[in-house]
Structure formats: structure tokens, C-alpha cells
Write a protein that binds this ligand. Structure first.
Ligand code: AHR
Length: 629
């Protein structure tokens, strides 16, 4: 039984509360949010991470600098192999047998994409195809347009045929392209409109047995990107994030901000401008990304979905668990300048500032909605405070309107920060931990000297409805303490199904779905209350009522191993009763096994279920009863 006292109000819930955390991890950007269909378009996937060398076991390894423990020593290397130069590609004859090819840097197209694929066609005596299979197959839709771009340096080869072909060998679109065989690089473009829909297609550049060619930067994009932007985002993935109504988006991460080595960090200036001139980087998650979804695209996406932007800069520290490299004192200045330039790029005046003008040159004269800067990520390193203090001072001096966050969590080092605005604790804990710690913020005093941004949280272990509900229970505690916790984002956000199915949103080359915890976050963001109201709960169940705009909302998390009916009675009148058919409908996409037979919900296992939010009660006091079915 819950008694609600509208006269007694608790914490207000800021509109900033629910955001998202983007990081290039598990194929989230290339082959995911970023709509490029060609994998390894520049033949650069085999370039080692900057600052790393090959170790005796064939891994890309960061030189060991300031590791704390033996444990760290085993963790500063990532899988690598020279075959990665051909990731996504094969070269073949018409009968499918392998044709010879060479990865070479003899005629670099530019310094960002120095390698290319060389085909010695004359000595092949028959047609040779360079085939790209995209990110585990390319999915094309009949009647939609796809834009191709590629560069060739040809000697004698007069032309080529480009075709989109299904895995069963059916050509669904093709074009003849004339080449200029003058020994110079030339850019070629074409638009394809497939006649048939195919999930498992490849892009084939087919050359006659004449001369020699060097092929580089082969790109294929759907014309129909999110908001129709060039070099844009995949509509389904971008829409899934948009539907979470994020108040803010964090970019570029994550550990990726820190890098395997300092040189391996995300350098935002290398992620803007013409994509063919972006070098990309082999990241600490073990693969190379193009940064086609770069700083500008991130800011544009924020604007497009009405989110504030949160940029995370490197705090002069590489990832502690990789090589722990750091700089301090005056050596930090270039990195501070890098952060200031990033801010100027986002919000600086287009006419009077260098980086504001660069933004305008890239098609956006107006400022972007940058609101937050975080200094570093997870830099649980006692030297961090000194670095943060320098960054904070420099950023605030020039941009007092921005909120500057520290990467410190609940740490004694917070005391060493000259000025602390917002701390960033991360929680990767078990589902039981989340369930049992829904009150963790109730225990903190109300007069904290800082606000809290829960930058990353996720129940680890097996992801299921129970872990999602445990996260939901945790979020009820966040809302209840929203005077302390001002921002929260789940991590990681996106995952290509070929990397696993554990993150919030999972996708393959043609479809996207949110796991149950995606729907929890969406539900909370869609029903974000304005203010908490006092409740008194008797009996076993817990509830968190609140009052958005004159309506009563009730969130409950039922973790009992049985269904509960929920009934809301106001003035003796039942104003809400659980509608199981509707409930099952709502949750059907999440778990195949939910089904309703003759109006009764059938569930194969006694699991934990039911987050119900009621926001349609225009009542004063009401009584809520939860009883076993
Ligand atoms: O979310 C994955 C990683 O977990 C993030 O990059 C890092 O900040 C955290 O440790």
C-alpha cells in the first residue's frame, strides 16, 4: 500500500538526466551508426595502433610505461595480424578462385590513406574482381539509391565494371566506369539502384586483363541516411538512439579517449573534414576505425535529435590499464589547447575564430549545442588532479558557460581538485548489486560539494529481463536523488551482433533492436518526472510515485518470482488495473517466449518482471495495491 502526499515534495528531476554514451567499441560506429557499407575502405586496417609495436606473440603492444600492477602488464596489447590490411576484401577471378593482389604504399593517395590495393591485371590474363563484403554482408533494398565513390590509379586499364552481387551470384545493380589511364589518381562516382533486395551482397569492382591498377578509398553509402545527411548515419540505428530522447550525447568515449598510448588517443582534428583525408586509428578495442563518424558528425547528430553535446578530452593520460603513459606540467599545454580548439570548433564564432571558421567551412556556420566537457576518462591515477586543475582553469577562463566534469569517481583525490563541478562514477556490477543498491544515493548527504554524472553503468554477467529490472530499480534511486545525480548514461550503447549481444542496442547489417534494458532506459526517459513527492509504503512492495505536470506517475519494479496484478484505486474507484494483454504486446519484441493465450499471459519460466509506469491518473491521493495473481 502506498500513500502519496502531494504536499511534500522531494528532489526535482532535471531535464538533463537521461543521456547516452557513445564509444567506438564492438563495431558501434563503423558498420553500425555510421552508414558506410564498405569495410576497410582505405586498405588501412592493418596499420598498427599509433605508438605500438608488434610483440613476440604477434600482438600490437604499447610500450610498458607506468603500469601499477602485474595484472596491467598483460593487458596493454591488442590482437593484430598483417591480414587485416585485407579485412572485408578478397580478389578473385570470375570462377571465384583467388586472384593475386598486393597491398602497397608505393603511390600513396594521401598521407591519411597511404596503402592501396595493386592488381597486376596484364599478367592475370582474365578479369579480376576486387570484392568487398562489407560488415558481414551488405544489405541493399530494391529501388533505393546507393552512392559509390572510389579512387583508381590506372596504367593502361581503360575501364571497369562495378556490380552489387548477392551471395547466390545474382547481380542486382551494375555500371561500366571509364578510367583515365594516365598513371595519376582519379576519383570516380556512380549511383546504384538495385532491382532486388538482398541481405548478403558484396560490392565487386571488376577489371579487364589490361595494365595495372591501384585501388583506394572505396565507399558505398545509402542515399537515405538519417536526416539525409551526406557521410551520414544509418537510419535505423540513429533512430533507435533518438527514440531514447537523450538529453545529451557523450563522445568519443570511454577508454578510447585515453588510448593504448597517448598518441593512440582520439585526436578530434583527425576526425573532421573530407573523410578521405581522415587517417582513422586502430583502437584499444582491437580494430581500426575510420572516424567517418567524427567530431562534426557527432555534433550534427546532437543538433539533429535535440541533445546537448558532451565532449571528453584526453587529460594527458593514456589508459592506465594499457600503458599508463602520462604528461604533466607544461607538457600538458598542447593537450589543453587541443581541448580549447575542440570547444571553439563547436561553439566559436564562424567569422572571428579559426576553428569556428573551420566548422563553417564544413557546412555549419551556426554553433553546435556543446554544453559539457569532461576532462579524461576513468583516470584513477593520483596525478590526475594536477592535470584536471590546469584543464579546468583554462576552459572556464574562456568558456565559463560550459559545465566541466571530472573523470574522478568517489575518490579521496576529489579533495585535490581546485574546483569540482561534477564527478563521474561508473558502475559495472552484478544485477543483484543494482537491485540491492537502489538506495545507494539515499545514503549520501544532500549537501555534497559536487553533482554526480553516472557516466557508465550496466549489470554485468548474463543480460536478461532480471538484470534490466535491477538496472531499473537502480534508476528509481537515481530519480529519487536527482538533486545529487544530474546526468546518467548506460554503457556501452551499441554492439554489432558479430561482436556479441550484450549492449543496449544490437544490430547487424540490416536490422536493429533494443534489448530489454534499452526499453527500460527509454521508458524512464520518456516518463521523466518533474519532481518527487513523498510516499509512505507499507507491505513488501516498493514504489516511487512522482508528479509530472499535475499527473501522478507510479513506477514499480517487481522482482518477485511471480506475476503481480497492479490496481490503482482512487476515491473507491479503480482507475487502473494491469492489462496483461497490453503488457505482453509491449514486451513481445524483447522476449520471443512471451505470449497471450485466451487473454492470459503465458510465460515459460518463473522470472522477474514488470516495470509499470502509470502517468494517466489525474487524481490527488490514491491507493495502490499489488497482489499475487
Ligand atoms: O564501456 C566500456 C568501457 O568501460 C569504457 O570505455 C570505459 O570507460 C569503461 O571502463
Amino acid at each position: 500500500r502506498v500513500e502519496i502526499n502531494l504536499g511534500k515534495r522531494g528532489a526535482k528531476i532535471p531535464s538533463s538526466l537521461y543521456g547516452v554514451f557513445f564509444e567506438e567499441i564492438s563495431g558501434s560506429g563503423d558498420g553500425g551508426l555510421y552508414a558506410e557499407m564498405v569495410r576497410n575502405r582505405g586498405f588501412e586496417d592493418g596499420v598498427l595502433p599509433t605508438g605500438c609495436t608488434l610483440d613476440a606473440d604477434g600482438f600490437a603492444a604499447a610500450p610498458h610505461k607506468h603500469c601499477y600492477s602485474n595484472d596491467s602488464i598483460n593487458r596493454f596489447r591488442v590482437p593484430w595480424s598483417p591480414d587485416r590490411f585485407m579485412t572485408g576484401w578478397r580478389t578473385q577471378y570470375a570462377d571465384g578462385s583467388q586472384a593475386a593482389s598486393t597491398i602497397t604504399d608505393e603511390f600513396p593517395l594521401n598521407s591519411a590513406t597511404p596503402h592501396s590495393l595493386r592488381l597486376d591485371l596484364k599478367s592475370a590474363y582474365r578479369e579480376v574482381s576486387a570484392v568487398n563484403t562489407g560488415y558481414w554482408g551488405m544489405a541493399v533494398e530494391a529501388g533505393k539509391n546507393y552512392n559509390l565513390e572510389f579512387y583508381v590509379r590506372a596504367e593502361e586499364t581503360p575501364g571497369c565494371r562495378v556490380a552489387i552481387i548477392t551471395s547466390s551470384g545474382r547481380t542486382v545493380a551494375q555500371k561500366e566506369i571509364k578510367l583515365t589511364a594516365d598513371g595519376q589518381w582519379h576519383r570516380y562516382t556512380a549511383t546504384f539502384t538495385p532491382s532486388v533486395t538482398g541481405d548478403d551482397c558484396s560490392l565487386n569492382l571488376i577489371f579487364p586483363p589490361k595494365g595495372q591498377i591501384w585501388l583506394d578509398y572505396v565507399s558505398l553509402f545509402p542515399q537515405d541516411t538519417f536526416k539525409g545527411r551526406p557521410n551520414g548515419l544509418r537510419k535505423d540505428v540513429a533512430t533507435a538512439i533518438e527514440q531514447m530522447h537523450p538529453a545529451f550525447i557523450r563522445w568519443p568515449g570511454g577508454c578510447i579517449v585515453e588510448g593504448l598510448t597517448l598518441e593512440n588517443r582520439v585526436k578530434w582534428k583527425e576526425t573532421i573534414g573530407d573523410p578521405v583525408k581522415r587517417p582513422g586509428e586502430y583502437n584499444l578495442w582491437g580494430y581500426r576505425s575510420t572516424y567517418g563518424f567524427g567530431y562534426h558528425e557527432f555534433l550534427q547528430y546532437c543538433e539533429d535529435i535535440h541533445s546537448d553535446a558532451m565532449f571528453v578530452c584526453n587529460a594527458g593520460m593514456a589508459c592506465l590499464f594499457r600503458n599508463g603513459d602520462y604528461v604533466q606540467g607544461d607538457e600538458l599545454e598542447p593537450l589543453i589547447q587541443e581541448a580549447l580548439d575542440a570547444i571553439e570548433y563547436a561553439i566559436g564564432d564562424a567569422k572571428t575564430t579559426k576553428w569556428g571558421a573551420e566548422r563553417a567551412k564544413n557546412g555549419h556556420p551556426e554553433p553546435f549545442p556543446l554544453k559539457y566537457i569532461e576532462v579524461g576518462n576513468e583516470n584513477v591515477f593520483s596525478r590526475y588532479a594536477e592535470n584536471y586543475n590546469r584543464f579546468h582553469k583554462a576552459i572556464k577562463a574562456k568558456y565559463p558557460q560550459l559545465t566541466v566534469l571530472t573523470a574522478l569517481m568517489f575518490s579521496k583525490d576529489v579533495k585535490s581538485l581546485d574546483k569540482v563541478e561534477v564527478i563521474d562514477p561508473h558502475y559495472y556490477e552484478t544485477a543483484d548489486w543494482f537491485y540491492n543498491n537502489a538506495d545507494v544515493y539515499d545514503k549520501l548527504p544532500r549537501n555534497l560539494p559536487y553533482k554526480i554524472y553516472i557516466g557508465e553503468y550496466a549489470a554485468v554477467g548474463r543480460s536478461n529481463l532480471y538484470s534490466s529490472l535491477a538496472e531499473a530499480a537502480f534508476l528509481t534511486g537515481v530519480e529519487r536523488n536527482a538533486d545529487k545525480v544530474q546526468l546518467v548514461s548506460y554503457a556501452p550503447l551499441l554492439q554489432n551482433a558479430h561482436f556479441g549481444r550484450g549492449h543496449l542496442i544490437v544490430f547487424d547489417n540490416k536490422q536493429t533492436y533494443g534489448r530489454s534494458n534499452y526499453h527500460i532506459v527509454k521508458l524512464f526517459a520518456e516518463n521523466r518526472p518533474d519532481v518527487n513527492v513523498q510516499t509512505r509504503i507499507t507491505g513488501e512492495q516498493t514504489a516511487v510515485p512522482y508528479s509530472p505536470k499535475g499527473f501522478i506517475g507510479l513506477g514499480t519494479v517487481n522482482t518477485a518470482a511471480e506475476f503481480r496484478d497492479l490496481k490503482v484505486v482512487s476515491d473507491g474507484r479503480t482507475v487502473y488495473a494491469t492489462d496483461w494483454s497490453d503488457f505482453a504486446e509491449k514486451w513481445k519484441p524483447l522476449r520471443g517466449e512471451w505470449k497471450v493465450e485466451n487473454g492470459v499471459l503465458k510465460q515459460p519460466v518463473a522470472a522477474h518482471e514488470a516495470l509499470l509506469r502509470l502517468n494517466d491518473l489525474n487524481v490527488g491521493d490514491c491507493t495502490i495495491t499489488l497482489k499475487a495473481r
